[in-house]
Design a protein around this ligand. Structure first.
Ligand code: FE
Ligand code: FE
Ligand code: ZN
Length: 276
């Protein structure tokens, strides 16, 4: 099954996100666990979750992806900021456990001048506090574009994080096509080599999801500006190869392109038509 969907607003609950997903021809979706700017979290709506689980089963929604607020930074130089990030992730994971079919994606963080090594040390220490043996939720490190002092711009950095974490089996990676292209992995000209490299450095079995975004900027620009599918520097031909690649095709794909629901629907149609 081609698992495809897009980023949706969670403000009206999980059942509503299923409705929207079905409307646009998807079978999975991504959402922010809370308002990325505010950070406040709503009360748990158990009725919505129960109904969600029923509908997910009925509609073959095998897996979904929760995204941590992008404003948290567990490798900040400020201790309070780190603490807030850790507590947020712990609370998010507890909630996601209730859904039973969601993974949890987060941005590793920005070292803000402390250096990559110190940043990685702080991320490892955060994850060692956050992850529990009991949790079923896989936590995904997102590959980053390398904007500012972002960590996770290379497969080596991600590998170092995983290496330091005790409960490695709770970790995976989400590959963002815009980010890796901006970071300097040429998925347009040389997808196979990029995946070989991923396998060599991290292990392809750790790859659990793909953010499928075109890029407004050229290769290696370290910018992180998403573009609509086929309208950026990555282009349709590359996306056709990406969604059909043997090592990627069974993963869930999430659009985070600048679109409203109608635009997402069109992009899902395009991608489905290219799927072999
Ligand atoms: Fe992200
Ligand atoms: Fe992304
Ligand atoms: Zn991005």
């Amino acid at each position: 099954m081609f698992k495809i969907g897009c980023h949706l607003s969670a403000s009206k609950g999980y059942v509503h996100m299923i409705d929207e997903t079905l409307k646009i021809g998807g079978n999975t979706f991504q959402f922010f666990t809370r308002n990325p700017r505010g950070g406040a979290i709503k009360d748990i709506n158990y009725a919505d979750i129960e109904e969600y689980k029923k509908l997910a089963l009925q509609n073959n929604i095998e897996i979904i992806l929760a995204h941590a607020p992008y404003t948290i930074n567990v490798c900040s130089a400020n201790e309070e900021t780190r603490r807030f990030g850790i507590d947020t992730m712990k609370e998010d994971i507890e909630r996601i456990e209730l859904l039973e079919n969601s993974m949890y994606n987060f941005h590793p963080g920005s070292h803000v001048g402390q250096g990559v090594e110190e940043g990685i040390r702080l991320i490892v220490s955060a994850l060692n506090e956050i992850l529990t043996k009991e949790q079923k939720t896989l936590v995904l490190l997102e590959t980053m574009a390398g904007k500012g002092s972002e960590i996770g711009k290379s497969f080596e950095e991600i590998r170092k994080i995983i290496d330091g974490v005790n409960l490695k089996e709770k970790l995976g990676v989400c590959l963002d096509t815009c980010h890796v292209y901006d970071a300097g992995y040429d998925i347009v000209m040389d997808l196979d080599n990029v995946l070989n490299k991923f396998d060599e450095v991290i292990g392809i079995d750790k790859l659990k999801a793909v953010h499928i975004n075109d890029s407004k900027n050229p290769y290696e620009s370290h910018k992180d500006r998403h573009e609509k599918i086929g309208q950026g520097y990555i282009g349709l031909e590359a996306f056709s190869k990406i969604i059909n690649n043997e090592r990627l095709r069974n993963l869930p794909f999430y659009l985070e392109t600048p679109n409203e629901l109608d635009g997402y629907k069109e992009e899902i149609e395009i991608l489905k038509s290219m799927r072999k």
